[in-house]
Every structure is written in C-alpha cells, then in structure tokens.
Design a protein around this ligand. Structure first.
Ligand SMILES: O=C1O[C@H](COP(=O)(O)O)[C@@H](O)[C@H](O)[C@H]1O
Length: 266
C-alpha cells in the first residue's frame, strides 16, 4: 500500500499504487469485517452500489475468499439502483451479478435486489418495507441513535460530480430525513429514474467504504477530503459522516494525486 492512515476527523484513507493492490486490500477488508460481524451477530448485511467499484470487488469470487468467507451469513442489498430491467446493461444488479455475485454460493433469498417491475415510487417503498421486516427480525441491526437500519457495511463509489449512490449535488432528496429508501425521476446522469438509500441510512451504517479511482476524480476527491471551504458543502460525498461508525476511503494514486498533505500518512 502506498499510504494508509487515519485523519483527525474520523476518516481513514488507504491509497494504493495499483488497482490490483486496491482490490486485494478491499477484499481483505470485506472478508475481515464479514468474519468479525458474523461471529458477533450471526449475519453480515452489506449494501453495494454500481459503477466502477463493482469490478474492484471481483476478487471476492476468487481464491482464497470464495472458500474462506462464510457466505451463508451474508445478506446483500443495493444502496442504489437504476429504473431499468434487471437484464439491462445499466442495471446495478446485473453488473454485480455478472461480475461476481453469480459465482458466490449465497443462500437463495439473501440477495435483496430492487423490484424492476414497479414504478420507482412503488419500488422504493417496497424495498423500504423489505428492510423494515429484516430490521424487525434483527437480521439487519438498528441504530439506537437514528432509528434507521444499521447496515454492517455500505460500499459506495463516487461520481465526478461528487454523487454517491443516487444522491446528486443540490437535489432536494439530500434533505430527506424520514424515508429510508427514496427515488428520483430527474437524475442528471442517465438513466433519469433511480431508487436510492437516503443520507440518514448511509450515515447510520457501522462502516462506509468509499471506493474511488482514476485521475478524472482527483479534483473532486481533493474537494471532498481536504478542508477547502464552503464551496463543497453541497457535494453529497462530503455529507457522508457515519454517526456511530467508520468511514474508510479506498483510493488509487491517481484519484489521490491532488490531496493535501498525504506525507502525514505512513
Ligand atoms: O450512477 C452511478 O454512479 C456512481 C459512480 O459511478 P462510477 O462509474 O463513476 O464509479 C455509482 O457509485 C452509483 O451506484 C451509480 O448508480
């Protein structure tokens, strides 16, 4: 690893020399977290997103992880989904399934994908209902502070504009405080209709991993991570602060190239 360290503000950065190194570290991190969480509470509830981070999770279906992880304890959710059929090239479900999920022996019924045959409004409300039932039966934990579900891990990518899940800059859903899952019909990035976890749910997670790579995201990474002033206050990635959990950034050297003071990590 090129650099690794905790910043005073409760976030940890891991900066990698290569995508290969990053994806191995990510798989080790997920595997360790899965082991300790399943020992502690019998299940591991992880929500994933779409985009470039999915291929970086591909190591999970390879040795040693395929054999060493206790997949029976896993429940997989989507932090966001695009309103397209599950076999559409834009589907976050399809991307994860084709890349690695289909090669892993999950318990049938533990892949909690978002219904693609409903309107986005209906799909968001049905998904929230599914999550509520799993909180009630204690498969998913509950935050004592926010009353939201407490996922064991939410893995997010970040767009060039700083969006995370389907929470886009300056969009009114950034102010959503009562729903756990909501929808948009005017996404600036196609497709326009999407379903997404809200900020309170993401910030109630025990662990949030933000996985960002490539030089085209270096400016936004600098804006979000370094204290550059009020101009970045409307950037969704900047709003990720787990209330009672940990925030870990997985970056490659290119994405981290404009960060201030990385020399303080070693
Ligand atoms: O549209 C989306 O974009 C973000 C970021 O994608 P990337 O390809 O730039 O990494 C992704 O995290 C989100 O889940 C997805 O719906």
């Amino acid at each position: 690893m090129a650099l690794s360290g905790a910043r005073g503000d409760g976030m940890e950065l891991r900066i990698h020399e290569s995508l290969e190194e990053l994806s191995t570290d990510l798989a080790d991190y997920i595997s360790d977290l899965s082991e300790t969480t399943i020992k502690e509470r019998g299940a591991f509830c992880v929500a994933i997103s779409g985009g470039s981070l999915v291929s970086l999770m591909g190591k999970l279906c390879q040795a040693p992880y395929l054999k060493t992880i206790d997949w029976a304890g896993w429940h997989v959710f989507w932090a966001d989904e695009r309103a397209v059929a599950k076999n559409h090239v834009d589907s976050n479900y399809k991307l994860a399934k084709d890349t690695f999920l289909s090669k892993i022996p999950f318990v049938p019924g533990h892949l909690h994908s978002i219904n693609d045959s409903l309107t986005v409004e209906e799909a968001a409300s049905v998904y929230e209902f599914v999550i509520r039932k799993l909180v009630k039966t204690r498969v998913i934990g509950a935050s004592e502070i926010t009353d939201c579900p407490k996922f064991d891990l939410i893995i997010l990518g970040m767009g060039h504009d700083g969006h995370v899940a389907s929470l886009f800059p300056n969009h009114p859903i950034l102010d959503e405080r009562s729903e756990w899952v909501t929808y948009i019909i005017d996404s600036p990035k196609p497709p326009p209709e999407r379903i997404t976890f809200t900020l309170p749910v993401i910030n109630s997670s025990s662990n949030v991993a933000l996985v960002v790579t490539g030089s085209t995201k270096a400016d936004m990474v600098h804006l979000v991570i370094d204290d550059v002033g009020p101009e970045c206050s409307s950037v969704p990635a900047k709003m990720i602060h787990p209330i009672d959990g940990k925030l870990l950034w997985f970056l490659d050297n290119s994405a981290a190239s404009k960060l201030n003071g990385t020399a303080q990590f070693s």
